[in-house]
Write a protein that binds this ligand. Sequence first.
Ligand SMILES: NC(=O)c1ccc[n+]([C@@H]2O[C@H](COP(=O)([O-])OP(=O)(O)OC[C@H]3O[C@@H](n4cnc5c(N)ncnc54)[C@H](OP(=O)(O)O)[C@@H]3O)[C@@H](O)[C@H]2O)c1
Length: 289
Amino acid sequence: MNTFTLNDGTKVPQIGFGTYQVTGDDGSAAIKAAVEAGYRFFDTASLYETERVLGRTLKESGIPREDFIIETKLWIDEMTDPRAALERSLRRLGTDYVNIYMIHWPRATGKADEPWKEQDLETYGIMERLVEEGKVRRLGLSNFLPHHLKNILENCRIKPVADQLELHPGYSQEAAVAYCQANDVLPIAWSPFGRGDQNSTTANTILMDLAARYGKTAHQINLRFLLQKGILPIPKASSPEHIRANLDVFDFNLSEDEIPMLSCMPQTTWLGEHPDYCIPQKASNPDNI
Ligand SMILES: NC(=O)c1ccc[n+]([C@@H]2O[C@H](COP(=O)([O-])OP(=O)(O)OC[C@H]3O[C@@H](n4cnc5c(N)ncnc54)[C@H](OP(=O)(O)O)[C@@H]3O)[C@@H](O)[C@H]2O)c1
């Protein structure tokens, strides 16, 4: 597969596999199909409760651990003790290191007087030590808008390699992408299909017209757009056809006129969680140790 180069020189496959809701036997079957289709980059998080099934299924593939990139994240209620959070993730994944370890959300409480800058730096500082100890290869962030990312970039010793954001033509967050790219931080697109919502980008006329023009699906146009914008998508799929189709996007190029048509299309949907104003009310599962 084609690769993107991270700011530490590491090459990563241009498409990863998302594992939110990829649970149980069905989840294991989807991950197995993804490995067989050629995915080597897998995204999970302690919140998803998919680390265990991911670690087990990758091990069962018989493919060496070093061939996989495993990306996981600590949740907001784990920010005060990243070391313990990582130990739990490593145990569930059945591995002794993760390739990319992310702070899942930039604000732990969302209260107006929350000292989020200090909390982010404290959490990130401990994560830097985990890199030095070899339990984490590199660090990343998730849902960090430019002001959150700036705080880290101005104070870190080890630069984050990536920032995971909700990104697709229907919610393109151009300012956040531009800030990441200006600072050599790879934008990773979560929910690259807007989670398959009927009103999402994939039902948009522009995407459907381009799909007909290239003999592809709207989902594939969506992925191709992200790739050409220098964004690494991590689609989730459970159907083997979708899993394979989402890698079949390297044999065509959108033209330089078509990219702005998609960049400027109406903003049709988003998952509705703003990093500053809508702090997810979920808690990590204390039994998930
Ligand atoms: N950092 C964060 O805060 C955050 C938040 C949300 C998600 N994420 C990550 O991003 C990953 C992807 O996002 P997501 O799971 O929310 O949703 P998504 O990838 O945008 O959409 C998944 C949906 O699209 C369908 N689909 C996939 N490929 C398709 C294709 N080629 N044709 C038609 N339909 C297709 C899937 O159907 P089938 O399952 O039936 O195949 C599923 O219903 C997550 O799994 C997770 O790893 C991160």
